[in-house]
Design a binder for this molecule. Sequence first.
Ligand code: GFB
Length: 307
Amino acid sequence: MNHDSKIYVAGHTGLVGSAFLRKLQESGYRHIVTRVHCAVDLTTQSAVEQLFEQERPDCVILAAAKTGGIWANSHHPADFIYQNLAIQTNVIDQAWRSGVKHLLFLGSSCIYPRDCPQPIREEYLLSGPLEPTNEAYALAKIAGLKMCEAYNRQYGTRYLAVMPCNLYGPNDNYDLESSHVIPALIRKFHEAKIAKQSAVILWGTGTPRREFLHADDLAAACVLLMQQETVTAPLINIGAGQDLTIRELAELVRDVVGFKGEILLDTSKPDGTPQKLLNISKMKSLGWEPNIGLKAGLKSTYDEFCH
Ligand code: GFB
């Protein structure tokens, strides 16, 4: 990938895709192609075919996906498996058909078995059962990774599949039913502060551990990967290198927002997987490391939420 490459960023309005746009523009990439969802429905094969015929990109960043937090995943598994399989199948296959050599597919750390050893190495893929709350989404993402591997093997493409830990940052989804935990907590603590409530309710036991990376750190890692053509093994973990409990996260968000009340637990809500800390030594061996600490990242994300 060079500065003259035509790069199609699928999903550019979301948390991850918008971070890619910022990073690519700041790094001097001039030919970026995007389409809003209402212009091209990526679940429709003919629409994707037409887009590739019109634009003929050199590289593709596949950040378009049906995503959501624990509640959305466990209540809408059909949407998660169908939409993700359709989007990625259409985009990956059409990329190959139109001669795209470089593609980067965004997966998720939930592809790994629920109870695998920590920190999770890439080799642990398919070594045990998945976490039930997000099995449908995880299976779609595993299929996307396997599709990249298969096209590389059969057609000599260089399609990479990165597996990030939980992400946060600008342009996240703040809907309390479908969001991930960080945007949910920012919103809950903010609204509780404004309404002078005495407590905020946290789902689950607060004991699960999660690893959080700012979307800008993810985009920087991925652009580096796309530039380093020596990397050919498609599966690569990208994470912060450390995790914390949901209770500790809630205390951090409470402090950032400036809420003075209590944190209560709703243990009727699911915890999900107990821990999913990624081993990021492959990515670090390329000279990358995360730059945005969790507290600083939460502060800037809260500022963006307020404006
Ligand atoms: O971020 P989250 O929804 O997703 O939840 P997962 C992380 C943890 O935070 C869970 C707890 O243990 C939740 O029970 N939590 C506490 C809350 N309060 C809240 C709240 O108000 N909202 C939310 N959403 N959670 C998703 C997967 O798993 O993460 C996807 O379902 C994907 O497949 C994604 O991998 C990154 O980390 O549990």
